[in-house]
Design a binder for this molecule. Structure first.
Ligand code: GSH
Length: 216
């Protein structure tokens, strides 16, 4: 039986990088997806160390904070360079850039609220995100990953492209075709047979379809 349980909403969001890492490494886990409508009722009964999702339960203990959870999963599947502190720093540095982009886009895609504010955020994202992508492109190696070996930041980039930039391209309109090295990383991760099989299972599922987002 799986000793790992990942709890999150039934969307990619902040949990998908951990799902992908566990899938990549063939780690059996229970992918517990909580319907958003049921969350307020279930919340009091959930073990939420920081009051929010995602959480990862490992051998009966529950842990919070999405990036720390992802790094744990990456370590477990050999995609975090624990033996090389400087490489680990660079991996985390780029992961922080990707996370900043993710969070800025989540604020547009997933947060309800004032349409004027959303439009303002969208305009800023259309200006700022291409600059950050260019920065990532400049740092990526030619070999289909950021560094000389595949690390979790490659999987995180895949998540950003697949589940945010491409899925919501009609809303975000952040062009992606000019970043050849980032596209190569996308295809490296997508080409992993475990990841490919997982995408085949999940991509058509209801929870992975883009929600309607109205913007000015
Ligand atoms: N810094 C936290 C943020 C977690 C967070 O904001 N989670 C949201 C979903 S993406 C949540 O659980 N919202 C419901 C709540 O706070 O009760 C992390 O990265 O894990």
């Amino acid at each position: 039986m799986a000793d790992v349980v990942l709890r999150y909403f039934d969307i990619p969001g902040r949990a998908e990088v951990t799902r992908l890492l566990l899938v990549y490494g063939d780690v059996p886990f229970v992918d517990k997806r909580i319907p958003k409508a049921m969350y307020p009722h279930l919340k009091p009964s959930l073990d939420l160390p920081f009051g929010s999702l995602p959480t990862l339960e490992v051998a009966g203990e529950t842990y919070g904070c999405s990036l720390a959870i992802a790094r744990y999963a990456a370590t477990r599947v050999g995609l975090y360079p624990t033996h090389n502190p400087l490489l680990a720093y660079h991996v985390d540095r780029l992961a922080t850039v990707i996370n900043d982009v993710m969070v800025a886009l989540f604020m547009i895609l997933y947060m309800d609220g004032c349409p004027v504010l959303r439009s303002k955020r969208l305009r800023r994202a259309r200006r700022r995100v291409p600059q950050l992508l260019q920065h990532l492109e400049d740092e990526a190696s030619e070999g289909g990953c950021f560094f000389s070996v595949l690390t979790w930041v490659d999987v995180y980039l895949f998540d950003l492209i697949h589940n945010v930039l491409l899925r919501y391209c009609s809303v975000l309109r952040i062009p992606f075709d000019k970043y050849a090295k980032l596209q190569a990383i996308y295809h490296t991760v997508r080409g992993n047979s475990n990841v490919a099989a997982y995408l085949k299972r999940t991509d058509g599922a209801q929870h992975f379809r883009p929600r309607r987002v109205t913007t000015g």
